[in-house]
Design a binder for this molecule. Structure first.
Ligand code: TYD
Ligand code: MG
Length: 457
């Protein structure tokens, strides 16, 4: 059958397909991300018409399974995020803004694995940088002596033919958006190319049993496809985030078939590469100044680890018809909800006030457990009364103004105790929990928003 080429319109952000061009993607809501792409009508799997298919076998759930072989990267934070080491044959997508440090992290990981006693073969294939650029980076990181095998290539066929003949343990493709497969007729970086290239590489990784890292840039412009179009094809999705102005970088697992999600690894970008941060709480609180209104410490949990962060709020009379709300590191709609509850249930007047909220240190928090700390910071700024600097806070706020219990209170309190905090404001549901009372921290239980406001009087 002759190969027919179809034209379709594909959103470069989320991969949604449309028969006609349109300005806005209905699926993800992004503007100007839809591009024309050619695609072969038979798909990527090249199903031959002569193949009638085979009968598949079914097994019991309780069969014997082998323990997963895990390769330690020698970078504790990366091991933690990947669920305790890299699983042979797994595919890991590392997404993040350009310049955030993806190449640096993966070069460090590659070098660290290649240096292990068993001499695992590690391949670093760069489609973005010339050999010299990678070499200069390796020198800067002090890794130039590591036996990493380095290549600069973009043709997927060449890469696959080469890797077929090796006994690779780890392969890094930096980045998937620069790779090119001739058969997939569209331009490099488009959704069809990115998917087709990833598909071929993943097939090989599963067959040969090597760990495959795919680097994917996050992009807003839509001229190259974002990592989201690959998320369902890979085993693990890690996002590398951080604020440009800060040296902290956070590696977050958003999907992991071999471990827990929401786990974070914390790094610091130094002049000699990424350094691991063992105690993130101490780091996030390092620049905190005591006795200032609008600031409080939230005892949060990121994955399996407690993390204390400073929450800062600034409330000031507005000069606009509708007051401003600006948020860094937290959810804007969650802030609106907390403000609405404080107004409706607590009787505070915030509609004539601008509210600014900042999570210090560049961490992004998504836990509802931060509600109470956010509310405390706002009331503290509004009333201009500082909170005790040795106090931590956690708890969720419901729409009727009640303060709700959150998970793992003892883990949060233990971390606070370790860092020298003396008191905590917590939801009142824990009264019967004797485990909490044994802590060396004095506990103040708060049942609703009204009590929280009274606390300042
Ligand atoms: P890079 O790993 O190239 O980012 P990505 O691959 O995500 O695009 O990181 C580049 C940035 O990191 C660059 O702005 C310089 C900075 N950097 C350091 O601060 N220290 C270092 O040792 C290295 C190698 C890079
Ligand atoms: Mg890079």
């Amino acid at each position: 059958m002759a190969k027919k080429t179809l034209i379709q319109y594909v959103c470069q952000n989320c991969g949604a397909i449309y028969p006609k061009w349109q300005g806005k993607c209905d699926a993800c809501g992004e503007w100007n991300t839809i591009l024309e792409e050619k695609t072969a009508n038979e798909g990527f799997s090249n199903i031959k018409s002569t193949n009638k298919g085979h009968k598949i076998e079914f097994f019991d759930l309780n069969g014997v399974t082998q323990n997963l072989e895990r390769i330690s990267t020698g970078i504790k934070e990366l091991d933690r995020v990947s669920g305790g080491g890299l699983v042979a044959g797994s595919v890991i997508l590392v997404g993040g803004d350009p310049g955030i440090g993806k190449s640096t992290l993966l070069l460090q990981a590659c070098a660290s694995i290649a240096n292990q006693a068993s001499n695992p073969e590690c391949y670093y294939i760069s489609g973005e940088e010339a050999l010299d650029q990678v070499r200069i980076r390796a020198k800067r990181l002090g890794l130039e002596k590591s036996p990493v095998k380095l290549a600069s290539a973009t043709d997927i066929k060449d890469i696959i033919v080469t890797l077929e003949k090796t006994s690779a343990k780890v392969v890094v493709i930096d980045s998937i958006q620069t790779m090119y497969l001739e058969e997939a007729e569209s331009t490099p970086g488009s959704v069809s190319q990115v998917r087709a290239c990833a598909y071929e590489l993943i097939k090989l990784a599963k067959k040969k049993g090597f760990v495959l890292f795919l680097v994917g840039h996050v992009t807003k412009q839509g001229s190259i496809a974002g990592p989201r179009v690959l998320e369902h094809m890979v085993d693990t999705v890690l996002y590398f985030e951080g604020e440009r102005g800060h040296q902290f970088r956070i590696l977050r697992a958003v999907k992991n078939r071999y471990g827990a999600t929401d786990e974070i690894g914390v790094f610091e970008m130094q002049d000699k590469g990424l350094a691991e941060v063992d105690n993130p709480s101490a780091l996030f609180l390092a620049e905190r100044q005591g006795n200032i209104s609008g600031s409080c410490v939230f005892a949060g949990i990121e994955g399996s680890r407690p993390v204390l962060v400073e929450i800062q709020a600034l409330v000031s009379p507005t000069g606009y018809a509708s007051p401003k709300r600006a948020v860094v590191g937290w959810d804007t709609s969650r802030l609106s909800m907390v403000l609405a509850v404080l107004e409706a249930r607590g009787g505070l007047n915030l509609s004539s006030q601008d509210v600014y909220l900042n999570i210090a240190g560049g961490l992004k928090i998504s836990e509802p457990a931060a509600d109470l700390a956010v509310a405390m910071a706002i009331i503290s700024s509004l009333t201009n009364r500082p909170l005790p600097s040795d106090m931590v806070i956690f708890g969720e706020i419901g729409l009727s103004g009640e303060v709700r219990a959150v998970s793992q209170p003892s883990l949060r309190l233990k971390e606070a105790q370790k860092l020298g905090f003396k008191s905590a404001i917590i939801p009142s549901q824990y009264k019967k929990d004797s485990k909490l009372n044994s802590a060396e921290i004095s506990l103040h239980e708060i049942g609703n928003v009204q009590k929280l406001i009274n606390w300042f009087n």
